[in-house]
Design a protein around this ligand. Sequence first.
Ligand SMILES: [Zn+2]
Length: 181
Amino acid sequence: MAVRPVVVLPDDRLRQPSVPITTIDDSVRALYQDLVDSMYAENGLGIAALQLGDARRMFIVEPKLAGRPETDPPLAFINPEILSVSDDQQDSEEGCLSFPDIYVKVKRPMRCKVRAMGIDGALFEIEGEALLARCLLHENDHLTGKLLVDFVGPLKRTMIKKKLLKVKGAMSLDSGDDAEA
Ligand SMILES: [Zn+2]
Protein backbone atom coordinates (compact mmCIF):
# COMPACT_ATOMS: atom_id res chain seq x y z
CA MET A 1 0.00 0.00 0.00
CA ALA A 2 1.24 3.42 -0.73
CA VAL A 3 0.87 7.14 -0.83
CA ARG A 4 -0.06 7.96 -4.40
CA PRO A 5 0.13 11.40 -6.03
CA VAL A 6 -3.16 13.30 -5.97
CA VAL A 7 -4.48 14.20 -9.41
CA VAL A 8 -4.57 17.98 -9.77
CA LEU A 9 -6.72 20.12 -12.04
CA PRO A 10 -6.59 20.47 -15.03
CA ASP A 11 -6.46 16.70 -15.45
CA ASP A 12 -9.24 14.94 -17.35
CA ARG A 13 -9.14 11.98 -14.99
CA LEU A 14 -11.05 14.15 -12.48
CA ARG A 15 -13.90 14.35 -14.98
CA GLN A 16 -14.33 10.68 -15.82
CA PRO A 17 -17.56 9.01 -14.73
CA SER A 18 -17.04 6.65 -11.82
CA VAL A 19 -18.08 3.01 -11.98
CA PRO A 20 -19.88 1.12 -9.19
CA ILE A 21 -17.95 -1.44 -7.16
CA THR A 22 -19.61 -4.85 -7.32
CA THR A 23 -17.56 -6.88 -4.84
CA ILE A 24 -15.18 -5.94 -2.07
CA ASP A 25 -12.10 -7.87 -3.08
CA ASP A 26 -8.38 -7.45 -2.48
CA SER A 27 -8.06 -4.79 -5.16
CA VAL A 28 -10.83 -2.70 -3.55
CA ARG A 29 -9.17 -3.11 -0.14
CA ALA A 30 -5.84 -2.06 -1.68
CA LEU A 31 -7.49 1.03 -3.19
CA TYR A 32 -8.99 1.85 0.23
CA GLN A 33 -5.56 1.60 1.86
CA ASP A 34 -3.98 3.82 -0.82
CA LEU A 35 -6.75 6.38 -0.24
CA VAL A 36 -6.10 6.28 3.51
CA ASP A 37 -2.33 6.67 3.10
CA SER A 38 -2.68 9.45 0.51
CA MET A 39 -5.31 11.38 2.51
CA TYR A 40 -3.19 11.34 5.67
CA ALA A 41 -0.06 12.29 3.72
CA GLU A 42 -1.89 15.40 2.46
CA ASN A 43 -3.70 16.19 5.76
CA GLY A 44 -7.02 15.92 3.96
CA LEU A 45 -10.43 15.42 5.56
CA GLY A 46 -11.56 13.19 2.75
CA ILE A 47 -10.50 11.95 -0.67
CA ALA A 48 -12.22 10.30 -3.60
CA ALA A 49 -10.76 7.46 -5.70
CA LEU A 50 -10.90 9.67 -8.80
CA GLN A 51 -8.35 11.92 -7.11
CA LEU A 52 -5.88 9.04 -7.35
CA GLY A 53 -6.88 8.55 -10.98
CA ASP A 54 -9.04 5.51 -10.16
CA ALA A 55 -12.58 5.62 -11.51
CA ARG A 56 -14.12 3.27 -8.97
CA ARG A 57 -17.01 4.68 -6.96
CA MET A 58 -15.51 5.20 -3.54
CA PHE A 59 -14.43 7.97 -1.23
CA ILE A 60 -13.22 8.04 2.36
CA VAL A 61 -13.69 10.48 5.24
CA GLU A 62 -11.40 11.10 8.18
CA PRO A 63 -12.80 9.26 11.28
CA LYS A 64 -13.08 12.18 13.72
CA LEU A 65 -15.02 14.28 11.21
CA ALA A 66 -17.30 11.28 10.60
CA GLY A 67 -18.11 11.17 14.34
CA ARG A 68 -15.91 8.15 15.11
CA PRO A 69 -13.03 7.84 17.57
CA GLU A 70 -9.88 9.48 16.26
CA THR A 71 -8.06 6.14 16.34
CA ASP A 72 -10.63 4.44 14.08
CA PRO A 73 -9.73 3.84 10.45
CA PRO A 74 -11.19 6.35 7.95
CA LEU A 75 -14.75 5.60 6.91
CA ALA A 76 -15.13 4.16 3.41
CA PHE A 77 -18.13 5.17 1.30
CA ILE A 78 -18.56 2.66 -1.51
CA ASN A 79 -21.27 3.32 -4.14
CA PRO A 80 -22.63 6.19 -2.01
CA GLU A 81 -26.08 7.69 -2.53
CA ILE A 82 -27.28 11.01 -1.18
CA LEU A 83 -30.65 10.17 0.39
CA SER A 84 -31.66 13.67 1.42
CA VAL A 85 -30.39 17.20 1.92
CA SER A 86 -31.73 19.96 4.15
CA ASP A 87 -33.34 23.12 2.86
CA ASP A 88 -31.19 25.29 5.09
CA GLN A 89 -27.83 26.14 3.64
CA GLN A 90 -24.29 26.87 4.76
CA ASP A 91 -21.92 29.15 2.95
CA SER A 92 -18.18 28.96 3.50
CA GLU A 93 -14.81 28.55 1.86
CA GLU A 94 -13.95 25.11 0.60
CA GLY A 95 -10.64 23.60 -0.45
CA CYS A 96 -9.75 20.43 -2.34
CA LEU A 97 -6.61 18.27 -2.54
CA SER A 98 -6.91 18.51 -6.33
CA PHE A 99 -6.76 22.34 -6.12
CA PRO A 100 -3.78 23.08 -3.89
CA ASP A 101 -4.05 26.43 -2.10
CA ILE A 102 -7.29 27.41 -3.80
CA TYR A 103 -10.37 28.20 -1.72
CA VAL A 104 -13.79 28.77 -3.17
CA LYS A 105 -16.90 29.99 -1.40
CA VAL A 106 -19.53 27.30 -1.91
CA LYS A 107 -23.13 27.26 -0.75
CA ARG A 108 -24.24 23.80 0.33
CA PRO A 109 -27.05 22.22 2.35
CA MET A 110 -26.44 22.34 6.12
CA ARG A 111 -27.29 18.64 6.52
CA CYS A 112 -27.35 15.57 4.33
CA LYS A 113 -28.03 11.87 4.68
CA VAL A 114 -25.90 9.37 2.81
CA ARG A 115 -26.17 5.61 2.32
CA ALA A 116 -23.09 3.67 1.31
CA MET A 117 -21.32 0.36 1.66
CA GLY A 118 -18.43 0.15 4.08
CA ILE A 119 -15.14 -1.61 3.43
CA ASP A 120 -16.63 -4.59 5.35
CA GLY A 121 -19.34 -4.85 2.68
CA ALA A 122 -22.18 -3.77 5.01
CA LEU A 123 -24.58 -0.98 4.06
CA PHE A 124 -24.79 1.95 6.47
CA GLU A 125 -26.39 5.36 6.66
CA ILE A 126 -24.88 8.50 8.08
CA GLU A 127 -26.27 11.95 8.67
CA GLY A 128 -23.84 14.83 8.42
CA GLU A 129 -24.16 18.39 9.62
CA ALA A 130 -22.06 21.49 8.91
CA LEU A 131 -18.49 20.49 7.93
CA LEU A 132 -19.32 16.77 7.69
CA ALA A 133 -22.26 17.50 5.36
CA ARG A 134 -19.98 19.75 3.30
CA CYS A 135 -17.30 17.06 3.11
CA LEU A 136 -19.76 14.28 2.16
CA LEU A 137 -21.31 16.40 -0.58
CA HIS A 138 -17.88 17.53 -1.83
CA GLU A 139 -16.58 13.95 -2.06
CA ASN A 140 -19.80 12.75 -3.66
CA ASP A 141 -19.45 15.51 -6.27
CA HIS A 142 -16.04 14.06 -7.19
CA LEU A 143 -17.71 10.75 -8.07
CA THR A 144 -19.94 12.53 -10.57
CA GLY A 145 -17.03 14.49 -12.06
CA LYS A 146 -18.18 17.72 -10.44
CA LEU A 147 -15.44 19.98 -9.10
CA LEU A 148 -15.08 23.13 -7.03
CA VAL A 149 -14.38 25.16 -10.19
CA ASP A 150 -17.90 24.36 -11.35
CA PHE A 151 -19.24 26.56 -8.56
CA VAL A 152 -17.50 29.73 -9.78
CA GLY A 153 -17.94 32.00 -12.80
CA PRO A 154 -15.83 31.70 -15.97
CA LEU A 155 -13.46 34.54 -15.03
CA LYS A 156 -12.54 33.07 -11.65
CA ARG A 157 -12.30 29.61 -13.23
CA THR A 158 -9.66 30.84 -15.68
CA MET A 159 -7.75 32.49 -12.82
CA ILE A 160 -7.79 29.26 -10.81
CA LYS A 161 -6.57 27.17 -13.75
CA LYS A 162 -3.72 29.61 -14.39
CA LYS A 163 -2.69 29.53 -10.75
CA LEU A 164 -2.76 25.72 -10.67
CA LEU A 165 -0.62 25.40 -13.80
CA LYS A 166 1.90 27.69 -12.11
CA VAL A 167 2.04 25.73 -8.83
CA LYS A 168 2.12 22.32 -10.51
CA GLY A 169 5.92 22.31 -10.54
CA ALA A 170 6.01 22.84 -6.78
CA MET A 171 3.43 20.15 -5.98
CA SER A 172 5.74 17.82 -4.11
CA LEU A 173 6.28 20.54 -1.52
CA ASP A 174 2.60 21.01 -0.90
CA SER A 175 1.51 19.49 2.37
CA GLY A 176 -2.17 20.25 1.96
CA ASP A 177 -4.37 21.97 4.48
CA ASP A 178 -6.84 20.93 7.15
CA ALA A 179 -9.77 22.25 5.17
CA GLU A 180 -8.89 20.50 1.96
CA ALA A 181 -10.68 17.43 0.76
ZN1 LIG B 1 -11.95 17.53 -3.51
